[in-house]
Design a protein around this ligand. Structure first.
Ligand SMILES: [Zn+2]
Ligand SMILES: [Zn+2]
Length: 289
């Protein structure tokens, strides 16, 4: 004896499959294949567009500026089957729908009853909570954890200064967001950095890029409160910036620079002897001072 859908009365066949007492169409109309949140909230920084997921903030570039990716991440984490009969639920597609005041996500979910594939679309409201991310908060309050002092050896030329600024400008946005300010001082450049960790990485990268080295790192107290001390890390970076015919002093001896190469310089000592001084030797001699 064949079975019928108790709602629409259609008879079970190759085309009309039954789930319990209902055909697939009636089942999908009446039952949920997934339990879907009616509304999810998304914390977005109004200043830089970063989005908070879990405990961390991510640049919107990390998602290719596609809001569907963080939504999919949040919803997937909360997605459950809506019925004992349905297994393997997953999101198959998301469409963002914007009305004048609200943002919705049309979330297409699929799942299985035995080998029958089921699909249903849910509408979830996306509540955008505008909150400044920690980086933008730091920029706004002008606070910074570290200072990179970029100086030259023996001085920082205008050309080198421009090259360094160009390099800084070409850095990935994530890294640039960590720079809370650039100060042009007489003998170099100061970078105010929001976090110590990023400051150290950046200082090392600049050193590598421009034949430089970190000459010292110090901690300077900026505030002492009952809850503890706040210190700022000062990273002093020296960039080797020599010119031909320039006089320099190495290990107490004067030299005239003759030729600058990638790995070092040819220089003439006081007696007119030509010597090769490697970059490493140069750095060592400066560090000894
Ligand atoms: Zn039916
Ligand atoms: Zn931000």
């Amino acid at each position: 004896m064949s079975r019928f859908c108790v709602r629409c009365g259609r008879e079970e066949s190759d085309k009309v499959k039954l789930i319990g007492y209902l055909c697939v169409d009636c089942f999908l109309r009446e039952k949920d294949i997934a339990s879907m949140p009616k509304r999810i909230s998304l914390e977005v920084c109004p200043s830089c567009g970063s989005i908070k997921l879990g405990d961390a903030w991510y640049s919107s570039e990390d998602f290719g500026n596609d809001l569907r990716i963080p939504i999919s991440y949040i919803v997937s984490g909360r997605l459950r089957s809506g019925s004992d009969l349905v297994t393997g639920v997953r999101i198959s597609n998301i469409n963002i729908v914007k009305t004048n005041e609200r943002i919705y996500a049309e979330i297409e979910v699929e799942g299985f009853y035995k080998d029958i594939k089921l699909a249903k679309t849910y509408l979830t409201e996306i509540l955008i909570l505008r909150r400044l991310c920690p980086l933008c908060t730091a920029v706004k309050t002008g606070s910074f954890e570290a200072l990179i002092q970029i100086r030259g050896f023996p001085k920082l030329s205008e050309t080198k200064r421009k090259m360094i600024l160009k390099y800084i400008d070409s850095l990935p946005q994530d890294l640039k967001n960590n720079i809370s300010g650039i100060d042009h001082v007489k003998n170099g450049i100061n970078l105010r950095m929001i976090t110590k960790k990023v400051a150290e990485n950046l200082a090392n990268n600049i050193a590598k890029e421009f034949k430089g080295f970190i000459s010292y790192i110090s901690e300077e107290n900026i505030k002492t409160t009952s809850s503890g001390r706040t210190s700022r890390r000062v990273i002093s970076l020296r960039i080797i910036d020599l010119e031909e015919n320039e006089y320099i002093n190495i290990n107490g001896k004067p030299y005239t620079i003759e030729k600058i190469l990638d790995k070092g310089v040819f220089a003439k000592d006081r007696d007119g002897r030509r010597v090769f001084i490697s970059i490493e030797e140069l750095i060592r001699s400066i560090k000894v001072r």
